[in-house]
Design a protein around this ligand. Structure first.
Ligand SMILES: [Mn+2]
Length: 334
């Protein structure tokens, strides 16, 4: 993939705003945070005062350092009222926006323009302006190209934030979604001052005891089914609590069942909130899983998707695992 072309109308729509709120998805990962914080930082100047949406409790401990680095202006409910537009990044559907429980049920954009920039294949194009590049490896890569095209300065801190998203959404430049353009963008960001070593340390080698304890649970609960091609794990509400974690800390643990040799479909079931079970799906090799997630009203990318069921952990496992084993029949062994 050559570098994506940034549509002029995307830049023009952003430049028409003066006090937008920049938003990413619920349970923000490093790509969501990097894109949101990088965008807000690079675009802060005398005529442009962006705020970012980060409701209480929505940030994982592991990624909180990105917010501490960026020191963004956090949007209050009043800022949502006075905003003249919204920039939504890395978010496939409007109801996945991380605006907090009070605003979630309301029409928070109320006729004002939304600029929607994303790389999820299931993006519903809910913005007034939509720039969706579903073969881009990360939203941070898109933000990088946008800042370049709009001739916004990229400070070393912005470079670090964007590098964090490009690196993590490609699992350290190791997924098949890693295009040459992602590596080029990352290289440019290193030239611009991205702190590769510190990011590697913080994102890959700085587990807290609580996260480590939750991983013990994930390893212990991992099951292999479907002739060894399907693996899943789970953490119940009490298991998450007693490890000292919250729903915001759940994400990367999907890599435990996914890392088993021969597994092509991995799932992680977590009950971060009582009575709501989140499922992370990952596919590898020729196995795509976004269609499976869609059967449970979820979405995402072809090989990384999620869904939320309104039921407890065991009920969700009983519902989804047999269906997943059945689903694998469309991917016969070579
Ligand atoms: Mn992403």
């Amino acid at each position: 993939m050559s570098s994506p072309t940034v549509p002029r109308e995307t830049i023009a729509a952003i430049e028409r705003m003066r006090q937008p709120v920049v938003i990413a998805h619920v349970v923000p990962d490093a790509d969501a945070l990097g894109a949101m914080l990088g965008m807000a930082l690079a675009w802060t100047h005398e005529h442009w005062q962006p705020k970012v949406s980060l409701p209480d409790g929505s940030l994982s401990l592991r990624l909180s350092f990105l917010v501490a680095w960026a020191q963004p202006q956090i949007a209050s409910p009043a800022d949502f009222v006075t905003a003249d537009g919204f920039i939504v990044l890395d978010t496939a559907k409007k109801d996945r926006c991380n605006v907090g429980p009070a605003l979630k049920e309301k029409d928070w954009s109320a006729g004002r323009p939304i600029v929607n920039i994303d790389h999820h294949s299931t993006n519903t194009r809910f913005g007034a302006v939509n720039w969706i590049v579903d073969d881009a490896g990360s939203s941070c890569e898109l933000v990088y190209h946008l800042l370049r095209a709009a001739e916004r300065p990229i400070a070393p801190l912005t470079a670090s934030l964007l590098y964090a998203g490009i690196m993590t959404d490609t699992l350290g430049f190791s997924l098949p979604t890693t295009r040459a353009s992602a590596l080029r963008a990352a290289a440019d960001l290193v030239d611009l001052g991205a702190n590769v070593g510190e990011l590697g340390e913080r994102l890959g080698r700085s587990q807290r005891q609580s996260e480590f304890d939750l991983l013990r649970v994930i390893y212990a609960n991992t099951r292999i089914v479907g002739d060894g091609r399907v693996a899943y794990s789970s953490a119940g509400f009490e298991e998450i609590q007693s490890a000292g974690c919250t729903a915001a800390d759940i994400d990367d643990q999907i890599n435990v069942p996914r890392s088993l040799d021969g597994v092509r479909l991995a799932m992680l079931f977590t009950e971060g909130r009582k009575g709501k079970t989140r499922i992370n799906f990952r596919g590898s090799g020729d196995v795509t899983i976004v269609e499976l997630a869609a059967e449970f009203q979820g979405g995402g990318h072809s090989q990384a998707a999620g869904a939320i069921l309104d039921c407890g952990l065991q009920e969700a496992i009983d519902k989804v695992v047999p269906r997943a084993i059945e689903y694998m029949k469309r991917f016969p062994l070579p």
